[in-house]
Design a protein around this ligand. Structure first.
Ligand code: PEP
Ligand code: MG
Length: 859
């Protein structure tokens, strides 16, 4: 073994001190291949420190390096960054080719081989080392003497020097150009975008060439044993005779299939022994490196060499299947399979996605508020969306912003695009609940609902009926129908999620308002419902009309009469919810929004309402006027409504209790949890609690059945967090509504912040959109204070979060560290939250095994 310290390089053998954080992932992987007795050509590694010095101008000690390989050897140099995903400069092959080598190889391998090898080196040296214009060195498909002479002449003309003949000079220049390329600004920005730290180092590996060109069977190829898109076992790759590097992948005409294939000849038929050897190496790599690897190989004169092995590139769904299959085969433990899947990548499995390679003509860009992808015709109103759905046609609802009256339209649409709004605007919250892809805050577009068209930022006009595709992950709307891949909730996904649940130690519930939402929550194995926004049960059709009648009721008797009509609807919905969620807790929030949200905003709607209620239009207008507020989000909503129109909460409490009794009679016992929204004072809780207790007593005596329930408070005003000690005296649980709590802590409208959030984040005023990622410093402090004070009063009290942050990985980490019992989020975010929770719980395991986990070497 030659050591680094003096010579500046390390020969890679079984025992050399090579580590990913000193020599990079490729160098370490090559050492592992050597330890597995794979035929890796002689290789030498340069450490990060040495490469950094070379970039700074220190001459590399090429004589000693060349002495490692002996005379007349051709070399390749490849990058070796700590994480191969961080990239690096391209490999340079055939270093050492000069006139003398050319003559020698002409004699041994023939003129054509010698020309091809020399030409390849001249081309890459000219372009990547001497930085000459690539066009001058494009020689087409021919690699003969004429092309070689032309390339050498072009080099000399451009540099006024002959092509360097000294091998030491060639190698020194190659090393220096690769070292400097890594330190350039664009390379740094690129790798930082892939998660690399600013000071990430580059190692280089110098390897003896297996020529792949010459007499007897020679060539190169690439093989992997898994399908990169599905993760299913499949032998994928190509082999090309008389080629080097990854040429086989680029040559569709001449390359051989690996296994027998009806479409043409294969390596299996041509070189059966070599093929068998490759299969054997594939198995060894999988088991010993505990990964699916892609192997780059070369054949020279019938001899197989393994030049390199890298983790197989994979889609999110393939990653899940690969990890689960490795665990099923006993290659890795289940915990490691769980840890190998980045939680956010799961969204790709839950929703349809645009094919990664599909062309993208972007017509609008905004905030990707709900993931997935959908194609449909543009419609500008909810009524048109419903009409389209009735005809079975897919549509995308495009609105300036959505309001409660758009809910039916949203149900009917395949996706939603709004000009205004942020992560917690109405459109965003509802779309996430429905699992619809949604883009909000697409401020570059101008919608003209009257003309039924929208104008894009680049001046194109799209009309109703034009087809677009929403990419809710990227926040982009594309013109036309893009190619899609379907969700993948298969056996592999279920196994992985089962292992995640075994590991996690914080509950994950779903925010679900309707039976449809609850069914999704159940499908995604939520631990219960953490927030049922009951008002959402009344935005639909016939119910909305009764609701409006209730709002228009002139006196308590009229109001009681309409509430009596709402009661069975509410009771039936809840009973269905309890049945779907059988065996898991369901937390029902009493009415929250200001009443005027149930009233029409436009004149046509008002006229329709006047007809339905048999009231003069002027009365409708006056009532709407009377109910309208300057600041509805800070006005008569939540518990304030419960205090001023107490009959509404009475009706809801009754519906909850009666539904629970009926569900129990059906064999589905349930302990409902009742949550009071927007509390800011203890007395509010006392008043509402007394009324709920009275309703409970009445129902118990009427039905002659006893039942249990829990009462809780939604902490969404800063005052409620600060006064949590008082409030806790009266309730069994607290759930932080961080949407409103963020709005009120910042004094920032959750519906309007989208307009300027981008500028705020861009200038670093906020590190992230606080409606998206919990502001751990401010809002988070209120959470910690609230939880601490509540538990000081009532030790072990249930504490939860049900704002949109409940599904955000960083926020889940915060809530777990703060000792919360569960998080609650949109049903479609439940799997991600379950996996995040598992990762957090497995952190000690990950740290314990990091040293022995080969992944940390290869990954
Ligand atoms: C909240 O405010 O965080 C919350 C969950 O309630 P809503 O979004 O319905 O106001
Ligand atoms: Mg709220």
């Amino acid at each position: 073994m030659r050591s680094d310290s003096k010579l500046g390089f390390t020969r890679i053998d079984r025992v050399a001190p090579i580590a990913p954080d000193t020599h990079g992932g490729r160098a370490k992987c090559l050492q592992r291949l050597i330890r597995l007795d794979l035929p890796v050509p002689r290789t030498v590694a340069l450490s990060f420190g040495v490469v950094h010095q070379i970039a700074a101008g220190k001459r590399p000690g090429t004589e000693a390096l060349l002495a490692e390989f002996g005379p007349d050897t051709l070399l390749s140099v490849r990058p070796s960054s700590q994480d191969p995903d961080w990239g690096g400069p391209g490999a340079i092959l055939n270093i050492g080719m000069n006139a003398a080598q050319h003559a020698r190889l002409t004699a041994s391998h023939g003129q054509a081989a010698a020309d091809a090898l020399y030409l390849r080196f001249v081309q890459s040296y000219a372009i990547h080392v001497a930085r000459l214009d690539p066009e001058m060195f494009e020689m087409g498909k021919a690699h003969g003497s004429a092309e070689l002479q032309a390339a050498l002449r072009a080099y000399e003309d451009e540099t006024d020097e002959p092509f360097p003949q000294d091998i030491g000079t060639q190698l020194g220049e190659v090393l220096q150009s690769m070292a400097r390329a890594w330190e350039g600004t664009s390379a740094r920005l690129l790798r930082q975008a892939r998660g690399a730290p600013a000071d990430a180092g580059l190692g280089l590996v110098v390897q003896e060439m297996a020529l792949g060109i010459g007499p007897a069977e020679s060539g190169s190829g690439v093989v992997q044993f898994i399908d990169s898109n599905t993760g299913q076992p499949k032998l994928v790759g190509r082999y090309l005779s008389q080629s080097q590097g990854r040429d086989a992948l680029g040559d569709t005409d001449g390359a051989l299939f690996l296994t027998q294939d009806a479409r043409g000849p294969s390596l299996q038929e041509k070189c059966p022994e070599i093929f068998a050897q490759l299969l054997h190496y594939g198995t060894i790599c999988r088991i010993r490196l505990r990964e699916e690897m892609q192997i780059e190989f070369s054949i020279e004169g019938g001899q197989l060499s393994v030049l390199d092995a890298v983790r197989v590139q994979r889609s999110a769904r393939a990653a899940v299947r690969i990890a689960v299959t490795l665990a099923h085969d006993g290659v890795i433990p289940e915990q490691e399979a769980v840890l190998r899947i980045p939680p956010r990548s799961l969204t790709e499995l839950l929703h349809p996605q645009i094919e990664p390679d599909a062309p993208r003509d972007v017509v609008a860009t905004g905030i990707g508020a709900s993931p997935g992808a959908a194609t449909g015709q543009i419609v500008f109103s909810s009524t048109t969306a419903q009409a389209m759905a009735a005809r079975g046609e897919a549509c995308i609802l495009v609105r300036r912003e959505t309001a409660p009256e758009d809910i039916r339209g949203m149900h009917s649409a395949a996706g939603v695009l709004t000009e205004r709004g942020g992560m917690t605007s109405h459109a965003a919250v509802i779309a996430r609940g429905l699992g619809l892809p949604c883009i909000v805050g697409a401020t570059g577009i101008k919608i003209d609902p009257a003309q039924r068209c929208l104008r894009t930022a680049d001046g194109r006009v799209l009309n109703e009926g034009d087809v677009i595709t929403l990419d809710g992950n990227a926040g982009e709307a594309l013109l036309g129908a893009a190619a899609m891949c379907e969700p993948a909730l298969d056996d592999a996904f279920n196994s992985l999620m089962g292992w995640a649940d075994d590991a996690r130690d914080i509950g994950v519930r779903a925010n679900a308002d309707t039976p449809a939402d609850a069914a999704v929550a159940r499908r995604f194995a939520a631990d219960g419902i953490g927030l049922c926004r009951t008002e959402h049960m009344f935005f639909e059709g016939e119910r909305l009309i009764v609701m409006r009648e209730m709002i228009f009721a002139d006196d308590p008797a009229d109001r009681r009469e309409t509430l009596a009509r709402l009661l069975p609807m509410q009771r039936a919905d809840l009973r269905e919810l309890f049945t779907i969620m059988a065996g898991t807790p369901v937390c029902i929030r009493l009415f929250d929004p200001p009443l005027h949200e149930f009233l029409p905003r436009e004149r046509a709607g008002m006229r329709e309402l006047a007809g339905a209620l048999d009231l003069p239009l002027s009365k409708i207008e006056r009532r709407i006027e009377a109910l309208s507020e300057f600041n509805p989000m800070l006005g008569m909503r939540g518990v304030r409504l419960g205090l001023t129109v107490p009959e509404i909460y009475d009706m809801q409490a009754r519906a909850i209790f009666e539904a629970a009794i009926e569900a129990a009679q059906d064999g589905v016992p349930v302990t409902p949890e009742i949550m009071i929204p927007l509390v800011s004072a203890m007395r509010e809780v006392e008043v509402v609690k007394a009324r709920i207790e009275a309703v409970a007593a009445a129902v118990r005596s009427e039905r002659r059945v006893d039942f249990a329930y829990q009462l809780g408070v939604m902490v969404e005003t800063p005052r409620a967090a600060l006064r949590a000690a008082d409030i806790a005296q009266h309730v069994q649980f607290l759930s932080f509504g961080t949407n409103d709590l963020t709005q009120m802590t910042y004094g920032l409208s959750r519906d309007d912040a989208g307009r300027f959030m981008h500028a705020y984040v861009k200038q670093g005023v906020y590190p992230e959109d606080p409606f998206h990622t919990l502001d751990t410093e401010g809002v988070g402090e209120l959470l910690t204070i609230g939880a601490g004070r509540a538990r000081a009063t009532r030790p072990g009290m249930t504490i939860a979060i049900c704002g949109e942050h409940g599904g955000n990985p960083e926020s889940i980490a915060f809530c777990r560290a703060a000792g919360f019992d569960y998080v609650s989020c949109s049903p479609y975010r439940v799997p991600v939250a379950r996996l995040v929770a598992a990762h957090l719980a497995l952190r000690p395991y990950a740290e314990r095994t990091a040293g022995v986990n080969p992944l940390s070497i290869i990954h």
